[in-house]
Design a protein around this ligand. Structure first.
Ligand SMILES: *Cc1c(COP(=O)(O)O)cnc(C)c1O
Length: 494
């Protein structure tokens, strides 16, 4: 089959039409995924910066000197923001890449061979570390956090360290609840055990650095912290494709490089996972940091902090809901207040908030290694633009609670409830389910009324996402992961 040529205008009109069905990226209507500064000039600046470096290959800074200079400036800007005068590092494509490289650097520096070694982190650490562990052949050990504060007890982290542990990880703040791990105490533990400590500030690093309230120390100033990651494409307001990984120690940074001359082609030296790479995210982040300067960041963070204050107070006044733990920073989560006479299901609440024009993010419950449970919750990421609509949003949160109160939690689709009983009785084992091929897995999904072939543009409306989250809570996690893989793969199958 041939693909007919089309005029440029026609192709662009098609692209625009397709974009029109996306969720709105601006205006603060979506409280996850997108980080809107509310400043139109920032978006224009990033678009122009991206266009200017469009033909460049970030692979080789000796050929494209601009790339090296942008990266140098961003490292200097970031290390100052995070309290170091001499940290080194690399700009990466995003938080996941920064986290993978942090684990790789620690593994290589410790001399641990692939297929052995472990990292120890709080339950609330980002799943990017599980991905790093899978890719790098190491074990990631999640240490239970206090289900009330959602902070980890450093003594519990100490208890999880084994002979093969080569890295401790903590978050500032974590994604699920927005709490800041006790970095100083974990740093002291790291020093005592002679282990490196990575602080994952991918989410909120560029907000916390200018946070108006006093915070416990959390960055490269803390003794024992050896590396730190922070995403420009979150609270640095850059387009997706820019994050930074800083190392306090030059040798640790160098350990993650891949360099070889041992093939017939050009000498290869990669600081990051990619080979040829776009300089668009890098140049955009550079342009934005130059334009805003630290005062510009501080102003935007002041707006975020005031909006967070209003919204957290609003939720605390709603009978039946509670703010999870003690968030300190730009994100927080909300769960049912089980001590209230009438607890509100946080996902029903999110559905009702959605009916009022704001999209919140549902998170399933999580059973920790000690059996304690982090309850199902709803996540809110607050961006500078939120400050402009904070009264509308607060009203929506309150109104939605009135409608959601008294409504039961959504139940998983009947076929999946049946499947869960089959696991419970032993009629089906997890291994049976994991052994199913793609076509059979899809048939199970379709049988449960979760049809991946729903028009992707309409799928998010057609799907009862609360029921999907309820199914995640019900089934063994590896089985859910397999089903979600099939579901998402279908979105892009031609
Ligand atoms: C977003 C995030 C990551 C992963 O970053 P991506 O840019 O999505 O790859 C890692 N850690 C935390 C805490 C995050 O919020």
């Amino acid at each position: 089959m041939t693909s007919p040529a089309r005029a440029v205008d026609d192709v662009l009109a098609d692209l625009r039409a397709r974009r029109a069905s996306d969720a709105p990226t601006h205006g603060g209507r979506i409280l996850s995924y997108v980080y809107d500064s509310g400043l139109a000039e920032i978006d224009r600046l990033a678009a122009d910066a991206s266009a200017l470096v469009q033909p460049v290959n970030g692979l080789d800074p000796t050929v494209f000197g601009s790339v090296a200079s942008f990266e140098r400036d961003l490292i200097a800007f970031s290390r100052t923001a995070f309290g170091s005068t001499d940290a080194v590092g690399s700009v990466t494509s995003g938080g996941t890449e920064s986290c993978v490289l942090a684990v790789l650097a620690a593994r290589e520096h410790s001399g641990t061979r692939a297929g052995s070694g472990s990292i120890v982190m709080p339950s609330t650490a980002h799943a990017a570390f599980d991905k790093a562990a899978k890719l790098l052949g190491v074990t990631a050990r999640r240490v239970p956090v206090d289900p009330v504060t959602t902070r980890v007890d450093p003594a519990a982290m100490a208890g999880a360290i084994t002979d093969d542990t080569f890295l401790l990880v903590a978050s500032a703040p974590n994604y699920p609840t927005g709490a800041l791990d006790p970095i100083e105490a974990i740093g002291a533990l790291a020093l005592e055990r002679g282990l490196p400590l990575h602080v994952d500030a991918c989410l909120g690093g560029f907000a916390l650095a200018w946070w108006p309230d006093e915070l416990p120390a959390w960055d490269l100033r803390v003794p024992g912290v050896t590396s730190l990651s922070a995403d420009f494409h979150k609270y640095g307001y850059a387009p997706k494709g820019a994050s930074i990984l800083l190392h306090a120690d030059r040798d640790r940074h160098r350990s993650a490089y891949f360099a070889t001359t041992d093939w017939p082609g050009y000498p290869i030296v990669n600081a990051t996972l990619l080979g040829s790479r776009s300089a668009a995210g890098l140049a955009s982040a550079w342009a934005i940091t130059r334009h805003l300067g630290s005062d510009g960041f501080a102003d935007l963070v002041a707006d975020i902090a005031s909006a967070v204050r209003v919204l957290v107070d609003t939720v605390r006044r709603i009978d039946g809901l509670r703010v999870v733990g003690e968030p300190s920073g730009p994100v927080f989560a909300v769960s049912a207040d089980t001590e209230a006479a009438d607890p509100i299901d946080p996902h029903r609440w999110a559905d009702e908030v959605s009916a009022r024009g704001f999209t919140l993010q549902a998170q399933p419950g999580f059973t920790q290694a000690d059996g304690s449970v982090l309850p199902p919750s709803t996540h809110l990421t607050i961006t500078p633009v939120t400050a402009r609509i904070v009264d509308d949003l607060a009203a929506a949160l309150t109104d939605a609670a009135a409608t959601a109160r008294g409504r039961e939690r959504a139940t998983a689709p009947a076929a999946l409830v049946e499947l869960s009983s089959a696991f419970a009785s032993g009629a089906v084992t997890v291994d049976d389910a994991l052994g199913l091929d793609s076509a059979t897995t899809e048939a199970v999904l379709v049988g449960a009324g979760i049809d991946p072939h729903t028009d992707p543009a309409a799928a998010s409306d057609a799907l009862d996402l609360s029921a999907v989250i309820a199914a995640i809570d019900l089934l063994p996690r590896p089985v859910t992961a397999k089903m979600l893989t099939e579901f998402l793969a279908a979105f892009t199958n031609p």
